[in-house]
Design a protein around this ligand. Structure first.
Ligand code: SF4
Length: 70
C-alpha cells in the first residue's frame, strides 16, 4: 500500500509542527490511542492548540460547540 502522508498533511490541523507523526495518520492514531487520547483532527482549532488530546477535553468541546473540526 502506498503511503499518502503528503496528501494527509494537506488536511492535518495539528499545530504541533515538529511532531514526526504529522501526516502519518496511522502512527498518529495509534500513538494517541495508546495514551487513551484522540488525534488533533477531531478537535476544533480552539481546543486543538491546547495540545490537550484527552477524551475529557473532546467531550468538553462537543458540549460547548458540538462536533466541529474547523
Ligand atoms: S495529533 Fe499528536 S501524534 Fe498526531 S501529529 Fe499531532 S502531535 Fe503528532
Amino acid at each position: 500500500m502506498e503511503c499518502i502522508s503528503k496528501v494527509n498533511l494537506q488536511k492535518c490541523n495539528c499545530s504541533y509542527a515538529s511532531c514526526s507523526r504529522r501526516g502519518k495518520c496511522c502512527e498518529c492514531l495509534h500513538y494517541h490511542r495508546r495514551l487513551g487520547e484522540l488525534p488533533a483532527c477531531v478537535f476544533h482549532e480552539d481546543y486543538e492548540r491546547s495540545y490537550d488530546r484527552s477524551v475529557e477535553n473532546f467531550i468538553r468541546m462537543v458540549g460547548s460547540m458540538g462536533m466541529r473540526t474547523s
